[in-house]
Write a protein that binds this ligand. Structure first.
Ligand code: PXG
Length: 463
């Protein structure tokens, strides 16, 4: 007998196939395979429409900091929906939720970041940041400073500007991007350095070398034409790339020397992921402008923000003219209320400190112990609740499989089959669990990943 849940699954799959175009997906291929319907979530777990329980090692898309099913966030959203479901900030108006949120962010952000604009997604925040950077240089009467620099493998979003800023090259050809005025420099991906022809530099030598590529490129383009350098403190979707310690101080020096604005994209690293509120604090970076999204509301509502450091705030807020920018939903009251409650919950639970001092070190230790000697794993790297494992053919060599992505996808499929969500970026397995994850839940994640990696190793003749 076909169960009712099975019929419902088929019904939703058919509707999805007929009407829903998926992001970053070959929808026609997916329709043949059949999509998975996620129906509920609680803590670090998801359930699909067939009743399967799945542990979410990725916090959704790196965003559910407080875990699923937090009642305080739900209630804060419901209350705002009842009291003030919508109003804007255009007509000399504001609302209590948004002002409280802006003020709260100012206490958590790196020093001097006291002025906040709101948007609805990471892409919009980055798009807005680039507009504000252009505006800044126009106000400073240096309109020739227009080139936006960023890094290979960077992910900054999908709008025309954010996709142009992104350095993941598959994001460009379908849309004739990047737009003119965007330039890329290499990324401090040490594990890939040998394969990329950099030889055998140690991590710090390599970090400095790559940072100085920014200086070389600025000099090539002309410092008077370069507006900004954008970067994630740790690259996320590009492969969870941790910069060597020497990298960020050198970048900071170079930006200061050539008067290039430093835009830090904290969309993944913000809100406790690395054990501080922001990745900029973890790496002692002093950004001119910061963009944030995802963990700002733990993903419970679409909301993003842009904070201005002192020099940008000073010029832009003293321009004596209208700032011709803003969205219908900038600082939406319901999203603001949920984000505000999210920050309160994170603070009350002490989540950044928990990531720094207890659960983060536990997670990293268990990954190291389990995988550092594994025949398929070339490197285990991580910080806080962010980690990556490189699947490689020959562990001491720092070389990749010839058909990049094949082994990673294979392993990712085994993870899904065993009820674990992990991401494969090329052949790098990635984890970023909710900041509320417990030790037994980490054990479950590690055990399931071990099972998937063992089976993959076996299939590719490594076990
Ligand atoms: N910056 C960074 C650093 C991001 O990771 C964005 C900006 C864009 O945010 P929005 O809200 O516009 O999506 C992101 C988003 C993945 C994946 O598969 C990562 C993201 C989005 C979708 C998928 O790792 N990051």
């Amino acid at each position: 007998m076909v169960s009712e849940t099975h019929n419902l699954t088929k019904h939703w799959q058919a509707l999805d196939a007929a009407h829903h175009v998926h992001p970053f997906t070959d929808t026609a291929a997916l329709n043949k395979e059949g999509v998975r319907v996620i129906t509920k979530a609680d803590g670090v777990y998801l359930w699909d429409s067939e009743g399967n329980k799945i542990i979410d090692g990725m916090s959704g898309l790196w965003c559910v900091q407080v875990g699923y099913g937090n009642k305080d966030l739900a209630e804060a959203g419901c209350e705002a929906l009842r009291v003030l479901p919508y109003y804007n900030h255009f007509f000399k108006t504001t609302n209590p939720y948004t002002v409280e949120l802006a003020a709260k962010l100012a206490t958590l952000l790196p020093e001097g970041h006291e002025r906040i604009l709101f948007a609805n997604s990471g892409s919009e925040a980055n798009d807005s940041a680039l507009k504000l950077i252009r505006y800044y240089w126009n106000l400073r009467r240096k309109p020739e400073k227009k080139i936006h620099m960023s890094r290979e493998l960077a992910y900054h979003g999908v709008t025309f500007a954010a996709a142009s800023l992104s350095g993941l090259t598959p994001m460009h050809p379908q849309w004739d991007l990047p737009l003119p005025g965007f330039a890329k420099v290499p990324t401090p991906y040490w594990f890939g350095a040998r394969a990329a022809g950099y030889g055998d530099l140690d991590q710090e030598e390599f970090g400095l070398l790559i940072a100085r590529k920014l200086e070389d490129r600025i000099l090539e383009l002309g410092p008077d034409r370069v507006a900004s350098f954008s970067a994630e403190p740790i690259q996320g979707a590009g492969g969870v790339i941790f910069p060597p310690a020497a990298y960020w101080p050198e970048i900071q020096r170079i930006c200061a020397k050539y008067d290039v604005l430093l835009h830090v994209d904290e969309v993944i690293t913000g809100f406790g992921r690395t054990g501080e509120w922001f990745g900029s604090q973890t790496y002692a970076i002093q950004p001119d402008i910061i963009t944030m999204a995802k963990g700002l509301s733990s993903g419970y509502q679409p909301i993003s923000a842009i904070s201005l450091g002192p020099r940008m705030a000073d010029i832009i807020l003293n321009a004596n003219e209208e700032l011709v920018h803003g969205y219908t939903y900038s600082g939406h009251p319901v999203a603001s209320a949920v984000a505000l409650k999210n920050l309160e919950v994170m603070e009350n639970l002490g989540l950044p400190a928990r990531v720094k001092d207890s659960i983060g070190p536990y997670f990293q230790r268990r990954l190291q112990e389990t995988f550092e000697e594994h025949p398929l794993v070339g490197e285990v790297r991580g910080k806080g609740l962010l980690a990556a494992l490189e699947l490689v053919p020959n562990r001491p060599e720092r070389a990749f499989f010839p058909e990049l992505g094949k082994v990673g996808t294979h392993c990712r499929n085994y993870c899904f089959q065993s009820g674990l969500i992990s991401r494969a970026i090329r052949d790098t397995m990635v984890l970023a669990p909710p900041l509320t994850v417990s030790e037994p839940e980490i054990e479950e994640i590690v055990a399931k990943l071990k099972g998937a990696i063992d089976r993959t190793a076996h299939d590719f003749g490594k076990l």
